[in-house]
Design a protein around this ligand. Sequence first.
Ligand code: SF4
Ligand code: SF4
Length: 179
Amino acid sequence: MKLYPDFVIQIKGESHQDINLCYQCKKCTSGCPIAYTMDYTPAQIIHAIRLGLKELVLNSKTIWLCASCETCTTRCPQEIDLVKVMDVCKSLAICLRIKPKIKEVPIFYKLVLTNIRFLGRMYELGLIGALKLCTGNFMQDVNLGITMFKKGKLKLLPSFTFKGALTAMNIFNKAKKVK
Ligand code: SF4
Ligand code: SF4
């Protein structure tokens, strides 16, 4: 496998995290609630970055499966913010047009942002419908959805105010200018 010695410098520069401080204690991995679904554990991803294994990291499922729960960040004795590292890896993979290993995740992100941009807040039922249309996973978690709906956790219509929508739109416009 090809090594990219500058990869760690790039990730450090963009995430502002000193990855080289990692001493592989694996506290991040032992606390990660979804490590069992990942192809490489959070600690292995950090190690792979240090080794320059760019293709392995950017083609991993891990960077897309990370739920940004920040458990690893809280547990790391070296105060490495692994969420920022995962986010930078995802951005880099997108910039390099690397096909995401979990295709539903970037679709989900886009739909969430569109939802907030136009409504100013989340409209869960609309998001679920759009996600199912975009991914084709029509039957996945249907029973869970019905249970949530019955318990009033999913509203039929969005709760939406013009003021909230306008504020969100302004935030998005400002972010676009910063970019
Ligand atoms: S918890 Fe921090 S120091 Fe320990 S393995 Fe994870 S990133 Fe490295
Ligand atoms: S932020 Fe990501 S890697 Fe860290 S514990 Fe949560 S899911 Fe695991």
